[in-house]
Design a protein around this ligand. Structure first.
Ligand SMILES: CSC[C@H]1O[C@H](OP(=O)(O)O)[C@H](O)[C@@H]1O
Ligand SMILES: Nc1ncnc2[nH]cnc12
Length: 319
């Protein structure tokens, strides 16, 4: 039973920069659960799909984009979604591209992460408790969820390009948005963008895209046994191209609105089917039960108050 009651909200969407609401959904209500880690970035919008299926939407930086990446209350965000019954999270993010072939406007489904945050963000639900846990994070995104998304996102992008060709004339609307898969995301602290030297270094390390938001969100989703995937949209080429200017916020803003529009279209198209896949369960098999052997089993030493706190995200092990 979820803390907010039986909402049957299985899918949560986290919107990033430029993505502060979803399209074509009927507003049901706002919920703002106070979790043991505080309140989420903004009240969560519960909305319903045409079939009546409910999904939860949360704006990562708040609806007015007032929360900087380092200050996003990621633990409260993930815990609040879990408390609604959410089992899979689609997180959207505006990213810089570290590769020529990933052009602004393109979509990316990363499968790996390099952590360049600076330890200032609380990154575990177990921090400051008497319980020690080591979540497996070799594959930081839900492997089944990402592969489920691949074909569907590609199809929506192809349909979107066809629609634009029809309405504006073939080739007039510019380059078609491509989908890139199996890529590595670098997560930096920010809020300033990278230097040219850092940007080159991330490329040498194997980074393909860069943002300031995927961590600790993805780690916390894993600790809460949620399946989590990042749908990244490229806004700029960061700062690695020798004869081009380095990234500025103004450059990011140029593509942000169009990327967000297509992201909303992707979400509106796939959410119904995703809800069904999550309800059926096969898509979640890696996450469910994954924390069972990650928690160091000295339960007599675990403080009751900590067990109570952790029961909010992992009732199976701590209630
Ligand atoms: C607005 S540029 C930098 C900002 O954009 C990305 O946000 P999000 O991931 O929430 O879309 C990036 O991670 C930075 O937080
Ligand atoms: N170049 C960049 N670096 C970090 N985060 C970003 N978000 C969008 N573009 C970015």
């Amino acid at each position: 039973m979820s803390a907010e009651g039986s909402e049957n909200v299985l899918v949560g969407v986290i919107g990033g920069s430029g993505l502060y609401h979803l399209d074509n959904l009927t507003f049901v209500k706002h919920v703002n659960p106070e979790t043991p880690w505080g309140f989420p970035s903004s009240p969560i919008v519960i909305c319903s799909l045409p079939s009546g299926t409910r999904v939860a939407f949360l704006a990562r930086h708040g609806v007015g984009h007032t929360i900087a990446p380092s200050a996003v209350p990621a633990r409260a965000n993930i815990a609040a979604l879990k408390s609604l019954g959410v089992r899979a999270v689609l997180a959207f993010s505006a990213v810089g591209s570290l590769r020529e072939e990933i052009a602004p406007g393109d979509f990316v489904l990363p499968t790996q992460i390099i952590d360049r945050t600076k330890g200032v963000r609380p990154a575990s639900f177990f921090e400051d408790t008497s319980v020690v846990a080591h979540a497996a994070f070799g594959d930081p995104f839900g492997v089944r969820l990402v592969s489920w998304l691949e074909g569907r996102v590609r199809k929506v992008l192809a349909e979107e390009a066809e629609r634009r060709d029809k309405e504006e004339g073939e080739g007039v609307g510019g380059r078609r948005a491509m989908l890139h898969t199996d890529k590595c995301a670098v997560c930096m602290e920010g809020p300033q963008f990278s230097t040219r030297a850092e940007s080159q270094m991330y490329r040498a390390w194997g980074g393909d895209i860069i943002n300031m938001s995927v961590l600790p969100e993805a780690k916390l989703a894993r600790e809460a046994e949620l399946s989590y995937a990042l749908i990244a949209t490229a806004t700029d080429y960061d700062s690695w191209r020798p004869n081009e200017s380095s990234v500025t916020a103004a450059e990011v803003f140029k593509t942000l609105q169009e990327n967000a529009r297509i992201s909303r279209h992707v979400a509106a198209t796939i959410l119904e089917e995703l809800h069904e896949a999550v309800a059926e369960g096969g898509i979640l098999t890696e996450e469910t039960g994954s924390m069972q052997y990650s928690i160091m089993p000295r339960s007599v030493q675990h403080k009751e108050e900590d067990r109570k706190k952790l029961a909010y995200i992992l009732p199976t092990y701590f209630s």
